[in-house]
Design a binder for this molecule. Structure first.
Ligand SMILES: [Zn+2]
Length: 320
């Protein structure tokens, strides 16, 4: 997309979605309350995990509840097997990430959920915003499948576009809000794994979507000068949970087993004993303590539910 077209698309999105930025409006739309979840949800007992490539579908669509969907790309299609999040408000839908390289028909999978939801809710063709937790290829590869579809707006995975679209004034230190229509999301800048990373908090379900900075697996750090950002972002997220009720922290991959310290090597396809996708928010404190314990220079180390993995020290397929 050209630089000239970009603001036009943003204008179109802003105009049709009526994104609210004012904190007071946001508070009215969805009060934050500890001890009460406006719309709870459930996780599946097990995700498709690469152990049955004969029968596994390309993607597993899971309704966390009737207005929020978690979609996992099959390990058999891409060993990355990322998780995508599709969130509906009455004025717009948000898809976070488009998946990895592979053959899965991600746009078709999303369209089926979108068609079903919009029909069920009688809202017409609300805009679909396609944005990203961060710019890595296993989260953005499928973007091209969404481009050119009417009413679908793909936000480019660049820092400038991320800052402009979400409305950051001091990325990553400030927080922004977006209202999808009766559904407010708070957006945090969380670089460290990658410099355009965000985490998204959904007030309605109290899920904190953490991208690749927190998940049960290899927390990859690609450069020494990202380490301070990583620690600051984890602290930012942990501090956020003190002010905001977080039920679960959910990331974009699973690379740990259910048993403590059971780590699957990066690129593993068959993961028969996967850890849950979801963490309780105290995982942030555990990661922060682990990271602070390593000091100014991170080292490759397997912890019970995650791996601190500075790639530039031990290589990407290191596993203990
Ligand atoms: Zn990544």
């Amino acid at each position: 997309m050209s630089r000239i077209l970009l603001p036009i698309v943003f204008l179109a999105v802003f105009a049709s979605v009526a994104i609210l930025r004012a904190a007071d409006q946001a508070t009215v739309a969805d009060p934050k309350q500890f001890g009460r979840i406006a719309q709870p949800g459930v996780f599946p007992d097990q995700w498709i995990n690469g152990t049955d490539c004969e029968t596994n579908p390309f993607g597993q669509v899971h309704a966390y509840n009737e207005d929020l969907y978690i979609i996992r790309q099959s390990k058999c299609d891409s060993y990355e097997a990322p998780f995508l999040y599709l969130i509906f408000g009455k004025d717009a839908a948000l898809l976070l990430d488009t998946g990895s390289f592979g053959f899965w028909p991600v746009a078709q999978i999303v369209k089926e959920v979108y068609d079903d939801w919009t029909e069920r809710n009688g809202v017409g063709r609300i805009p679909l915003i396609v944005a990203h937790t961060h710019s890595h290829g296993d989260h953005t590869y499928g973007d091209f499948k969404f481009r050119g579809i009417p009413n679908v707006f793909v936000i480019p995975p660049t820092l400038a576009a991320v800052i402009q679209f979400w409305g950051f004034e001091d990325y990553p230190n400030d927080q922004t809000q977006i209202d999808l229509g009766g559904r407010v999301l708070d957006v945090l800048g969380t670089p460290g794994h990658e410099p355009t990373s965000i985490s998204v908090y959904d007030r309605r379900t109290q899920l904190l979507l953490s991208g690749d900075i927190v998940y049960p697996g290899h927390l990859f750090i690609f450069s020494q000068n990202h380490w301070a950002d990583f620690k600051a972002s984890i602290k930012r997220m942990w501090d956020f949970t003190k002010e905001n009720p977080v039920e679960w922290v959910v990331g974009c991959h699973i690379e740990m087993g259910a048993d403590p310290f059971e780590s699957y090597k990066y690129t593993t396809v068959e993961q028969p004993n996967e850890h849950t996708l979801q963490f309780r928010p105290k995982i942030l404190k555990k990661i922060l303590e682990a990271a602070n314990g390593q000091g100014v220079e991170p080292s490759c180390e397997i912890f019970d539910e995650f791996v601190i993995h500075p790639v530039y020290q031990c290589g990407i397929t290191w596993n203990g």
